[in-house]
Design a protein around this ligand. Structure first.
Ligand SMILES: C[S@@+](CC[C@H](N)C(=O)[O-])C[C@H]1O[C@@H](n2cnc3c(N)ncnc32)[C@H](O)[C@@H]1O
Length: 319
């Protein structure tokens, strides 16, 4: 089992997240602290607050941060709640926020977490095992329509109706409590022709994980609170691994750049045309180069987008 997580796009993420003027930054998905430790090692002038939804990650990182004294702290919680979480720091706004979405290698490798398509274990799938419903519980309650939508929208699973039917048949037989049972249920129907089975299974597990953890809702909450979270000149850097996440980030940045917020039916602008509060730094998402992909195949689907709060309006939050 891997205890280590190789941080994706580490150096570019760290540079964008904490420019030289930054003093207080947040790592909102700290995991094993690969990005955070790289930053703390380079920048003695920075104070860092980290959070993670997984209590195991928080415990691990709190130990790693012990040597940094008051410069670094780690708290348990979801980035959707970041406004509340940063209250322990005396509140926002902050100079940089990093989100590195998805699952860490130690989480995937631990059979007890239910993220692994390979090892057998309870079908948990929660980032935070102290609350919420497990994957097995979620599947016990899901309707066929709901399951089909989740498989299609969150996993881009081919023939989602057929896969949903196979899953519900396993539920009828009482065989949907473990990752192995889910694997057995979907294996005959989930794949594309010629595709390695691991890839087909990964799409199903990903879809269920996103549903169980409400991942897109959490991302939407974070994106909606950016105007209050970011100081003028403050940066938001998001590494995503899924088209749905990346699209949300791109659209939120675009929305923040909109100067005119008049309804489209108005023939001329009546709002003053000065509502832009965000500037996208990465016109196209940054991706891992061939060397990084070869060393860390997980980086293949990473997309990094960064934006900066326009530094002129003296911290005034947009309407
Ligand atoms: C890809 S890992 C981050 C790895 C980290 N950058 C590193 O270098 O070690 C993603 C982390 O996000 C956490 N996570 C997932 N959803 C979250 C949420 N809503 N709020 C906070 N953390 C979350 C996971 O528990 C996991 O530890």
């Amino acid at each position: 089992m891997r205890l280590h997580h190789v941080p994706v796009l580490r150096d570019r993420a760290v540079e964008l997240w904490a420019p030289t003027s930054a003093r207080r930054v947040v790592d909102a998905t700290v995991g094993r602290a690969g990005h955070s430790l790289a930053l703390l090692g380079r920048r003695p002038d920075i104070r860092l607050l980290a959070c993670d939804r997984d209590p195991d990650a928080v415990e691990f990182v709190s130990r790693r941060f012990a040597g940094f004294g008051r410069r670094a702290a780690c708290v348990h919680g979801s980035y959707g709640d970041l406004l509340r979480l940063i209250e322990i720091w005396g509140g926002g706004p902050v100079d940089g926020i990093l989100l590195d979405l998805g699952v860490s290698s130690p989480q995937i490798d631990d059979p007890a977490r239910g993220f692994s398509t390979r090892h057998d274990g309870p079908l948990d799938l929660r980032f935070d095992r102290s609350r919420g419903v497990t994957g097995a519980e979620w599947l016990r309650r899901a309707t066929k329509d709901e399951l089909e939508r989740v498989l299609r929208d969150f996993g881009e699973v081919p023939r989602p109706r057929r896969v949903a039917t196979a899953i519900l048949a396993a539920r009828e037989r009482g065989e949907l409590e473990t990752t192995g049972q889910l694997r057995e249920a979907v294996m005959p129907v989930a794949g594309r022709a010629g595709e390695p089975p691991a890839k087909s299974l990964a799409r199903v597990f990903q879809a269920l994980r996103i549903a169980v953890n409400g991942e897109l809702d959490e991302l939407d909450r974070l994106l909606a609170s950016l105007p209050e979270l970011l100081a003028p000149g403050g940066r938001i850097v998001i590494v995503s691994f899924h088209r749905l996440e990346d699209r949300r980030v791109k659209n939120a940045f675009r929305e923040g750049e909109r100067a005119c917020v008049c309804p489209p039916e108005l023939p001329t602008c009546a709002c003053g045309g000065d509502h832009a509060w965000l500037r996208t730094i990465t016109r196209r998402p940054l991706t891992a180069d061939a060397g990084e992909v070869a060393a860390n195949p997980r980086s293949r689907s990473a997309r990094l987008r960064a934006a900066e709060r326009i530094p002129d309006r003296a911290g005034e939050a947009p309407a």
